[in-house]
Design a protein around this ligand. Structure first.
Ligand code: MLT
Length: 351
């Protein structure tokens, strides 16, 4: 119960007893304190309502710096930062095909200051890892889908195969002697490489890295033979002739690489991998904070500079209706089911 107000005493005109003066002073002091408390309460309510974000936001990238997720994340961070009025800092937490970063963001403070940009790997992890310290379907708030990134199948510059058909023959002939690099179990490059081996009917030797940035360096240097990697990173290296391009993993050819056949055209029936991306926050982040972040995501995905940057490398910003919590949660749950079936069939697991 609140303290009762001290009662003001009615003073006869001109009455000035010491007791009366003291009581009136106490009453006035009480009124002033009550007013100060009320103003403070209103101020603090206002501060809660519009406080987010009052400091930089961290965007966690689950792979090495310089790779496709990092490149997409940095472009997104710049545009979201402009809309939020705060810097969005990119932090790379590579390891275990993206699961190290996902686990850490699932356990981060639920205040909107730690976000995760992750791709298709969020949906394959529950099937690939028998032990996972987080649940993609329970431990996150979904801010929205971001963009779809095609993949390219690329080889070291001096790989003898010149065409996709020659590559298929080379893979069959050389078998385990071929080193296929990827970014760890759960990475898009690993998934695409696994599907490529299945489609060709071979088993190559796989070489994991912390991301496709270091894997690409090894490919350009000739330490590994082949890799599937996202166009976000590879287009410039393909155009400059640093790597050999054999095909693209989309249904249609890519605008920036019009001469490259799709793997379907090259004879690998039904082959298709498109790397969808989503933005996540820890579960139980407050709704007003999530709304602010979603508004910033949508604003970023309308930014003409960002759209052009992505379009130049064949990356497509998702439709507005997918840039939503529902758009991401629906995609994630259907992809968990889809890849679960395929991964069980392939029998690829980590303990
Ligand atoms: C990366 O940024 O290194 C890639 O997204 C890894 C991958 O999934 O292949």
């Amino acid at each position: 119960m609140r303290n009762p107000l001290p009662r003001p005493i009615a003073l006869a005109a001109g009455a000035t007893t010491t007791a009366a003066v003291l009581q009136r002073a106490a009453f006035l002091r009480h009124c002033v304190l009550a007013l100060v408390a009320a103003v403070a309460a209103v101020g603090s309510f206002g501060a809660h309502a519009q406080a987010f974000p009052t400091k930089p936001v961290t965007l966690v990238i689950p792979f090495a710096a310089g790779g496709p997720t990092d490149l997409l994340g940095r472009a997104l961070a710049q545009s979201m930062g402009a809309s939020l009025g705060q810097t969005v800092i990119v932090e790379n937490r590579a390891g275990a095909g993206g699961t190290v970063a996902s686990a850490s963001v699932a356990r981060a403070a639920k205040d909107g200051y730690t976000l995760l940009l992750h791709h298709i790997g969020m949906s394959t992890a529950p099937s690939l890892y028998r032990k996972l310290s987080f649940d993609p379907l329970k431990d996150f708030e979904y801010l929205g889908q971001v963009a779809d990134v095609p993949m390219t199948v690329i080889g070291r510059p001096d790989l003898p195969a010149k065409t996709p058909q020659e590559l298929i023959s080379y893979l069959k002939r050389e078998g385990k002697a071929v080193n296929l690099s990827h970014a760890g179990l759960g990475a898009a490059s690993q998934l695409c490489g696994m599907l490529l081996q299945q489609a060709v009917g071979v088993e190559s030797t796989t070489v994991p890295f912390q991301g496709t940035a270091p894997a690409l360096t090894a490919l350009i240097g000739g330490q590994v033979d082949l890799m599937c990697d996202q166009s976000m990173q590879t287009v410039q290296h393909i155009k400059s002739g640093k790597v050999k391009l054999y095909g693209v993993t989309t249904r249609e050819r890519l605008k920036p690489l019009p001469d490259a056949p799709t793997l379907r055209e090259a004879g690998l029936k039904d082959f298709e991998v498109v790397v969808w991306h989503g933005l996540y926050a820890p579960k139980a982040t407050p709704a007003p904070v999530l709304a602010t972040l979603n508004t910033a995501l949508k604003a970023a995905l309308k930014d003409p500079a960002l759209i052009k940057r992505l379009d130049d490398v064949g990356v497509v910003v998702v439709k507005p209706e997918l840039q939503t919590p529902e758009g991401l949660s629906t995609q994630l749950s259907s992809e968990v089911d889809r890849w679960g079936a395929l991964i069980r069939q392939a029998g690829t697991y980590a303990d």
